[in-house]
Every structure is written in C-alpha cells, then in structure tokens.
Design a protein around this ligand. Structure first.
Ligand SMILES: [Cu+2]
Length: 147
C-alpha cells in the first residue's frame, strides 16, 4: 500500500515537471523576434530612420512606441505614394499579426528619429526600446549603415 502510494506520488511529480517544461517551451517559442535593426546615418539636429524585422510566432501584438536616448522625439511612420509624391504618414501603432513577419524597410514602415542629439555615422550602434502591447518593452541594438 505505502509502496504504490509512493509510486503514484512520483508519477504525479513527473507529470507536473513535464507540464512545466512543455509550458515554458511554448512561452519561449512564442516570443517576438526582432532582428536586422539598422539606421541611416545623420548629423546632429537632423532626422534618421530605423528599420528592422519582427517575427511574431505567437498571438497578435502591436508596436505602440519607441524610446530613444539619441533624439528629441520618435515617431512611427509609413511612407507611401500619394498623388505621385512620396509622403510619410504618422502611425499610432504598427500591427504585428499572429504567426507573421513585419518588415520595416525603406519606402514603407519605419521608426523616425526626430532631431538627433548626436551624429550617427556608419559603424555606430545605439539602443532603442520598443514597447509592444503584449510583449512589453524590448531593447534592440541598432547599427548605423548606408542604405
Ligand atoms: Cu518618416
């Protein structure tokens, strides 16, 4: 009797550990993946644009804001053709659909650094803090390079 009770307890503990491992794997694989972050060179006082790729293997999310220590302000923009001219439209947020990839790239979505507080030269790196609706804040290292 005591012997089989001990076995049951062991089985419960094993089952519990298995569930713990499986659930932690699932959380990890569903994390947003931010890569290929780069920015255009720019002089202090000018603007620069930042581009990156976000892979979202989990539920729908959205980029809400971006924090920067090297510019007066940061805006989310979308470049588009309007009456034959390229215009930049301010975005309140950038949607990150579930199980999808969003590419910020020249001529499309980008993060605009407004009024740089320092020069950005090719080869420099700086940090940005991206804030997502679900994933929260994420730090990303951006490399400066020529487009
Ligand atoms: Cu812009």
């Amino acid at each position: 009797m005591t012997h089989s009770e001990g076995d049951m307890k062991k089985q419960f503990i094993l089952l519990f550990l298995l569930i713990l491992v499986l659930s932690s794997c699932q959380t990890r694989s569903a994390e947003l993946l931010i890569g290929e972050a780069w920015a255009r060179p720019g002089a202090s006082g000018d603007n620069s644009a930042v581009y990156f790729v976000v892979d979202n293997p989990g539920q729908a999310d959205a980029l809400l804001s971006v924090g920067s220590q090297i510019s007066g302000a940061v805006e989310l923009h979308h470049s588009m053709q309007q009456d034959g001219a390229m215009v930049m439209q301010l975005q309140e947020r950038i949607e990150m659909p579930a199980n999808d990839r969003v590419e910020l790239e020249p001529g499309g979505l980008h993060v605009m650094l407004i009024a740089l507080t320092r020069d950005l030269k090719a080869g420099d790196t700086f940090d940005l803090t991206l804030t997502f609706a679900r994933a929260g804040s994420r730090k990303v290292v951006v490399s400066v390079r020529e487009p």
